[in-house]
Structure formats: structure tokens, C-alpha cells
Design a protein around this ligand. Structure first.
Ligand code: KMH
Ligand code: ZN
Length: 280
């Protein structure tokens, strides 16, 4: 089995310092959280950005400042900026990080309920995002929140509307209103992707580690971080993203799977850019 790739979603767009005071907003806080996750074993940082007051933004300039600062601190880390942003944002606003030519970026695979909100990803939106990623040579991480999202994106890949083989999927399970974080759902999704693809499991909230454990055993990869989970265990808030990553590392080692470095993760994911390519 390949080594385990751990992604840290250090910030997200929905959680705030009221939920957990360690949620990062400023450039310095983002670098601090990226460093804590990296030191604990994360090869990938999933990047959302905020203004200093915590407001989520997809502003290209803010992404550049924050990704440059993380790159200066952690030259080899893989960054996956979000094109999902926050619910309610318009497609053009969301696409701004792709103008920085990152190695990878998220591509969300369909519309869904998202708590009390609607996360809007119409077919024309997804076609526009796929076209941009093909043009800018960005490998998408296909975010599936619903079982049907997988079929949608596989059909689009067959038509050449989004980048194809080898595809990287992130099964984000447990968002209120979307597919629940069950082992059955994870098994179905992992068994439904094309041979040679890679996948990651993200269990939202209390499912973080109960979804991580089967993903580790099944040969998938794992995402944790404040975007998805604020607690280390029942009633115990994580003091950093690094603490969440450390728990995944412990689980993985107990289960006999080693942790991938960024260079090893690039090889597993088929990323062709060198460590310094992300922002050209
Ligand atoms: N904030 C969510 C509405 C992504 O990064 O691509 C969407 C999200 C997905 O976080
Ligand atoms: Zn995200």
C-alpha cells in the first residue's frame, strides 16, 4: 500500500474564532497553522483565505499573499486552494485562485444543501471551472459531498469537460444535508472510481476519525483540519491543526501505514510540477 497522504484544511470559510480561537484569519496565523500541520505530517494544505476580520474571500491578491507566505515558510508543501469559497459566492469570484496557476485546486462536483445554505455548482459552473483547470494545467481535487456528485464528474471527465486520468477525489462526508459519513458510503465511493485514481476521505465534525480509520485501511488518504473538525475528541477542542494531523499520524502508524512526505505525495498524485512551480 502507498504511504498515507494527509491534507490539512486549516481554515475553511465557515468556522470562526468563536468556534475555536485557533482558527486562522491573518497571514501570520495562516502560516502558523500551516507550519503546525506540516510539522505533524501533512503533505498538503487546503487553502481558504479570510480578511483579517475573518470574512471569507476569494480575492486573488489575498490568496497570493497568503500562499507566498506559506511557500516561504514551507517550500515543498503542496497547496490546494479552494474554488468553492463560501456559499453564495459567484463563480467568477470563486475562480480567482486559478489565476495563480497552483499545482492543484478544488473542483466541487455538484449543487447540494450545505447546512442551512445551498452550495451552488450548476453544470455550466462546473464546465467553466473544468475549462479553466484544463487551460491552466491545474490538477483538480474533485470534491464529492453527495453520492451523485461522483457520477456527475465521471460523466464530465468522459466528455473531456474536466481534466481526466489520473483523477484525485475527495469524499467529503457528513456535511449537514449531504451524504452521511458512513463506512458503507465510503466503500461505495472508493469502489466506483476509475482504476489508477487516488482518493481522500474527509469526515466532517464528529466523523473525522471514524472515517479516517477505514480510509487508512482501505488505501485512501485523509483530510482533517479546522474547516472540517474543531475537536480532537468529545469536548476537547484542538489547539492547532497540527494536533488533528498528529492524531491521524498516530492512527496510521498503529495500523501499519507510513506517512507520505510532500515529494512522495507528488509522485503518488502524479503531479508533474517541481516543488517551486506552484505560483509561476
Ligand atoms: N466552503 C464550502 C461551501 C472547496 O473548498 O472547494 C465549500 C468548500 C469546498 O469548502
Ligand atoms: Zn474547502
Amino acid at each position: 500500500m502507498e504511504k498515507l497522504i494527509i491534507t490539512a484544511a486549516i481554515c475553511g470559510a465557515e468556522v470562526t474564532k468563536q468556534h475555536n480561537p485557533a482558527v486562522p484569519y491573518t497571514v501570520e496565523e495562516m502560516v502558523r497553522e500551516a507550519r503546525s500541520a506540516y510539522d505533524a505530517g501533512a503533505a498538503i494544505i487546503h487553502v481558504h483565505v479570510r480578511w483579517d476580520d475573518g470574512t471569507p474571500t476569494q480575492d486573488r491578491g489575498r490568496f497570493k499573499v497568503i500562499m507566498d507566505a506559506i511557500r516561504a515558510e514551507l517550500p515543498d508543501v503542496i497547496m490546494i486552494p479552494s474554488t468553492g469559497g463560501a456559499t453564495g459566492m459567484k463563480p467568477e469570484e470563486r475562480l480567482q485562485p486559478t489565476e495563480l496557476f497552483p499545482e492543484m485546486a478544488t473542483l466541487d462536483c455538484g449543487t447540494c444543501n450545505f447546512g442551512d445554505e445551498i452550495f451552488d455548482n450548476t453544470m455550466p459552473t462546473m464546465r467553466a471551472f473544468g475549462k479553466r483547470m484544463i487551460e491552466n494545467h491545474i490538477k483538480p481535487e474533485y470534491e464529492c459531498f453527495e453520492m451523485g456528485h461522483l457520477d456527475t464528474i465521471l460523466t464530465m471527465a468522459r466528455k473531456g469537460e474536466v481534466p481526466g486520468h489520473p483523477m484525485q477525489f475527495n469524499f467529503v462526508l457528513g456535511v449537514p444535508g449531504c451524504s452521511p459519513a458512513t463506512v458503507q458510503n465510503l466503500v461505495w465511493l472508493a469502489n466506483s472510481i476509475p482504476a489508477g485514481s487516488t482518493w481522500t476521505a474527509t469526515g466532517v465534525g464528529r466523523s473525522a476519525f471514524t472515517l479516517a480509520a477505514p480510509a487508512i485501511v482501505m488505501g485512501g488518504n485523509v483530510r482533517v483540519g479546522f474547516e472540517d473538525n474543531l475537536y480532537l475528541s468529545r469536548g476537547v477542542k484542538a489547539r492547532s491543526n497540527g494536533e488533528l494531523v498528529e492524531k491521524v499520524v498516530r492512527l496510521s502508524r498503529e495500523l501499519g501505514r507510513e506517512i507520505a512526505s510532500p515529494a512522495e505525495a507528488r509522485a503518488i498524485l502524479g503531479l508533474t510540477g517541481g516543488p517551486n512551480c506552484p505560483i509561476r
